[in-house]
Design a protein around this ligand. Structure first.
Ligand SMILES: [Zn+2]
Length: 330
């Protein structure tokens, strides 16, 4: 058994006190977060981490070294850190290590786990995508039974992979004592598949709202407001969260891809700097900006030809320069 789990107060709780590879004993996470974070964990990153360990195992003397208390302590620390931040990656890593300790050649175990990581992650991502589609289709129907979502998902799975994933495979549960001392109904997690199924099923049962980030494209649970468009994960190597830079990046992309936006932005910048340099008043600038964005929207909607819009922006410039010259008495 990897762990026993339960859901309480909107959190998923993992208990793995018996684990001889990680010393942490258990963790509590917001229901849905571990699974959704797993889905956007790059497989290259996973491969890299695992091949580092393969190299360590393959250095001369590792055969005896891997059973030393120091080595076990180091891997234990790595697993403990992973368990707190990336619960699913931790499970894969744990399976890799127990395979190697069980005698499987490291390289072989690494290959198997890398392939497994990819296929499970891609499968669960497709399940979440399906769920969102089914939810979208049922939108507005307040009487739509949640159970129907499982039927829809599994009908699809039966057709695609030939088996039911959720309906016919209940997890074994038992009663256990958890901290603070109380009795809880716990579920046995014997494989990563079990964990995927458990968390996904509970997310549906608890109606966890899921959205797709408009910047990175991965799933997230909007915490502060339901209409949030961007997730709170760090985007690439920018050191910034999607929620901090998503809107700006999307605007820039829109500008780069659309000549109407491009010409609008170029002229906006020019007029703005003119206003700052006091070559036009702030009121004039605001008037211009309002008219320019109104015409921009007309142009985007196909109500005004692009050339006409470009000519208007150009004319505005000439008119301003002309007016300025007259004012200067030229
Ligand atoms: Zn994102």
């Amino acid at each position: 058994m990897i762990a026993s789990v339960c859901v309480k107060d909107g959190n998923i709780r993992f208990y793995n006190e018996q684990d001889d590879l990680s010393s942490i004993g258990g963790i509590v996470c917001e229901l849905g977060k571990p699974l959704l974070n797993f889905l956007c964990y790059e497989s290259e990153r996973f491969d890299e981490a695992i091949s580092d360990i393969v190299l360590a195992f393959e250095t001369p003397g590792a055969e005896t070294g891997m059973h030393s208390p120091e080595f076990k302590a180091a891997t234990g620390e790595m697993l403990t850190n992973l368990q707190t931040s990336e619960t699913y990656v931790y499970c894969f890593m744990r399976e890799f290590l127990s395979a190697v300790y069980g005698g499987q050649p490291p390289r072989e175990a690494a290959r198997r786990l890398s392939a497994d990581f990819r296929s499970k992650r891609d499968f669960m991502a497709s399940q979440v995508e399906l769920l969102l589609n089914f939810r979208e289709a049922a939108k507005g129907d307040d009487n739509f039974p949640v159970m129907e979502l499982f039927y829809l998902l599994d009908e699809y799975n039966k057709e695609q992979i030939g088996e039911y994933v959720y309906l016919e495979k209940p997890l074994h549960s038992f009663y256990g004592c958890v901290k603070p001392p109380e009795i809880a109904e716990l579920y046995e997690i014997n494989s990563i598949d079990d964990l995927c199924r458990f968390e996904f099923v509970k997310m549906i049962e608890h109606n966890i709202f899921i959205k797709k980030c408009k910047n990175c494209g991965w799933f997230f649970i909007p915490n502060r407001r339901q209409d949030a468009e961007y997730c709170d994960r760090q985007f690439g190597d920018t050191n910034r969260k999607c929620s901090e830079i998503g809107a700006m990046l999307r605007y820039e992309k829109k500008v780069a891809e659309n000549p109407v936006w491009e010409i609008y932005k170029r002229n906006y910048r020019r007029q703005n700097s003119r206003a700052r340099a006091k070559k036009m008043t702030q009121a004039e600038f605001l008037r211009w900006s309002e008219e320019a964005s109104q015409k921009r929207d007309e142009c985007l909607a196909g109500e005004m030809p692009f050339d006409e819009y470009a000519a208007w922006l150009e004319q505005g410039r000439i008119r301003k320069v002309h007016a300025k010259k007259q004012q200067d008495g030229e």
